[in-house]
Design a protein around this ligand. Structure first.
Ligand SMILES: NC(=O)c1ccc[n+]([C@@H]2O[C@H](COP(=O)([O-])OP(=O)(O)OC[C@H]3O[C@@H](n4cnc5c(N)ncnc54)[C@H](O)[C@@H]3O)[C@@H](O)[C@H]2O)c1
Length: 399
């Protein structure tokens, strides 16, 4: 956030949106310079909305979402882009009107004129680059999965928490109003104690060409290759559906029994430099904290489903179904007397804030919101146990 020279007596309640304590100022020890923790700073007696300057690291497919979503938020400027592929970087910065281009994060950090980094690099690049950004005192909005294993994810979590900066992870489907409202209903006891959970994340880009040709495009091929840092469908969309199932049911996973499957997709299981050895489908049996059980599954081979997450939470006195399907959310419930006729009814919901909006608010308030690095690390632990279970053919407990 931009810093402003002023004296501590300027500290006051300056915006009704935030509680008073979030507006305290902290001296940085350099001649009375004060950094305000909120998104609003005092200039004399005037109130000004602070500008948040964002650097986008990795300018491939998903970075287009980040650029569009962050630019749409008042007071946020995307000031720089970084990519190791020069043509991609230039095309991206031109398209989104971004003034500064860098060939590496190190180069961008040497320049330093930004407050936060949106890390949109491939999965195995998140860990080293996020640690560098944290060491340089930047807030980080990292793409999922936070890291390729829980040890690295915890290292990143501890680093961001020590730094006092904001660290959040883009669990995109938290933006679904059906998930948010469904969770509220579960937590309010509308279906009684949860007994059984059924969750699936279905994509079909290995079958259909709606998102391009996976056989020739690097953005799909790295997702199929362990040595390119991918944990396959488990790491890519398993992370989403485990978070969706756990968040929507309000429960944490305690035990996992998983099967992963990698299908034959090309001669010699290889295309160019990419070994096609990362899983394409998985199924998991899980236990939850309260003794409920459930199944969680995902695949990239579900023709007819572009991007569908479906969660059904069955409780003692009713059921709730939360669906996100390629941009559309629906919420249904079978409650009260309807359980005797198995009647489901649509439940209305209000729009919710996106992770992009929550991250900007968090930076302005100086306080991390969910989904945090810590949450992403805890979901990563479930994925690690699923990988272990597939190898051991045994049930794996989370500690
Ligand atoms: N939240 C979601 O719903 C969602 C959706 C899609 C992708 N993602 C995540 O976003 C990330 C990027 O995915 P994508 O589909 O955009 O991949 P992509 O391959 O299209 O883009 C990644 C970009 O990062 C660049 N890059 C690689 N190493 C780099 C480095 N060291 N420094 C700077 N740039 C580097 C690549 O050149 C490429 O342009 C992945 O972690 C993926 O899991 C999340």
């Amino acid at each position: 956030m931009r810093q402003l020279k002023c004296v501590p007596s300027d500290t006051r309640r300056i915006h009704p949106q935030f509680p008073e304590e979030e507006h305290e100022a902290i001296a940085d020890g350099r001649g009375g310079k004060v950094q305000f923790l909120s998104g609003y700073v005092v200039a004399g007696s005037e109130l000004m909305e602070d500008q948040m300057r964002l650097l986008i690291l990795g300018t491939g497919g998903m970075a287009n979402q980040h650029a569009a979503r962050f630019k749409a938020i008042e007071g946020v400027s995307v000031v720089g882009g970084v990519d190791v592929v020069a043509e991609r970087l230039t095309a991206f910065c031109t398209e989104h009107g971004i003034a500064n281009q860098f060939a590496s994060l190190e180069e961008a950090l040497a320049w330093g004129e930004f407050d936060a980094v949106a890390n949109v690099t491939p999965d195995n690049i998140h860990h080293p680059t996020t640690l560098l950004a944290i060491a340089a005192g930047k807030h980080v909005f990292c793409e999922k999965p936070l890291a390729t294993d829980a040890v690295k994810a915890m290292e990143m979590t501890e680093a961001i928490e020590r730094s006092g900066k904001v660290g959040m992870v883009n669990f995109t489907y938290r933006n679904s109003p059906a998930l948010q409202k469904g969770r509220q209903m579960v937590l309010a006891g509308e279906i009684g104690a949860v007994r059984h959970v059924e969750a699936s994340h279905l994509q079909s880009w290995l079958v259909g060409r709606h998102w391009g040709d996976w056989k020739s495009e690097s953005k799909w091929l790295w997702r199929l290759s362990k040595k390119h840092g991918s944990n396959g469908a488990l790491g890519d969309i398993g992370i989403h559906i485990v978070d969706f199932a756990s968040y929507g049911s309000g429960l944490d996973v305690t035990h996992v029994f998983a099967r992963l499957k990698t299908f034959d997709k090309a001669p010699g299981h290889k295309i160019g430099e990419y070994d096609l050895d990362a899983n394409d489908s998985f199924t998991m049996n899980v236990d939850f904290t309260n003794g409920a059980i459930g199944t969680i599954q995902a695949t990239r081979t579900a023709a007819g489903q572009m991007d569908q997450l479906r969660l059904r939470v069955y409780g003692e006195t009713g059921s709730i179904e939360m669906i996100y399907d390629t941009g559309q959310s629906t919420l249904r419930a079978c409650l009260g007397e309807d359980v005797h006729t198995a009647t489901w009814r649509d439940v209305p919901f209000d729009p919710v804030e996106t992770n992009y909006q929550r991250f900007v608010q968090a930076v302005r308030a100086g306080r991390t919101q969910e989904p945090s690095f810590r949450r992403a690390a805890s979901i990563q632990k479930v994925l690690d146990k699923a990988l272990a279970s597939d190898l051991s053919h045994a049930d794996e407990a989370l500690k």
